[in-house]
Ligand binder design. Structure first.
Ligand SMILES: [Zn+2]
Ligand SMILES: [Zn+2]
Ligand SMILES: [Zn+2]
Length: 235
């Protein structure tokens, strides 16, 4: 749009309908067309809102929203699908059963635990729910996904390499170090805080299915810092 065209009525910006809410940690979030944004910075006419997935999904989408709720500038090209639409490519779902009989759902690289019964099945909430993550998945009694609400602002399960050259598994902000091969196939990992009494262990099968045997840590996640060359340094 060239300068001057703004004065014509048919090109006048129309206020958009957004939903602004507060997270449990008191941060402002904005929802527009099923994408979530956080308040990045003040602009001349309003605020710049960045996609909440810009960190972990390298999404560069943003909205410059004026105080009269009109969009001044925007980039709507998200690198991920909007919430509520399970992505076809990454939407692999698997269930794992802990030794205590608890079932965990693995969806899009995140683990979920069963939270409550819904009309058609069960509601699973992200294992990081205690840290304020609001993501949940609804599944039918026969394990089909009904609805997925993916608003994680923490990294999914992945592997990291420390500055000492050690490859570690990262699940919901907890790291695990390799301890050996599982007799029935797969690799066994345990929490490095074992010397402080933490018994958390997981096994990863060849197809990346995670089988936790003991899932509870007796401590907060250990802090790692990502260095410029992509390696992680334990603080
Ligand atoms: Zn995005
Ligand atoms: Zn989460
Ligand atoms: Zn631990």
């Amino acid at each position: 749009m060239r300068k001057g065209e703004m004065d014509k009525d048919e090109n006048a910006p129309v206020p958009v309908i957004v939903n602004i809410f507060m997270t449990s940690r008191g941060k402002e979030r904005l929802i527009y067309h099923n994408f979530t944004y956080y308040k990045q910075s003040r602009t001349r006419s309003g605020f710049r809102w960045g996609c909440t997935k810009n960190r972990w999904h390298k999404c560069k989408a943003y909205l410059h929203l004026a105080d009269d709720m009109t969009i001044v500038r925007s980039n709507m090209e998200h690198t991920h699908s909007p919430f509520g639409t399970p992505s076809r490519k990454k939407g692999r779902t698997s269930f794992i059963t802990l030794t205590k009989g608890t079932r965990l759902l693995i969806y899009d690289g995140y683990s979920f635990s069963q939270n409550s019964r819904i009309r058609l099945g069960y509601r699973y909430v992200c294992s990081s729910v205690g840290k304020g993550c609001k993501s949940y998945v609804h599944v039918t009694f026969d394990d089909r996904i009904i609805h997925a609400h993916s608003v994680h602002e923490h990294p999914p399960t992945k592997y990291i390499t420390t500055t000492k050259g050690v490859k570690m598994l990262l699940i919901n902000e907890y790291v695990y170090s390799k301890i050996g091969i599982r007799a029935g196939g797969g690799i066994r990992y345990r929490c490095p805080n074992v010397n402080k009494g933490c018994k958390a262990r997981v096994t990863v099968l060849e197809d990346d299915v995670i089988l936790p045997t003991i899932n509870e840590h007796n401590h907060e996640p250990l802090k790692y810092l990502k260095t410029n060359n992509g390696l992680y340094f334990r603080l």
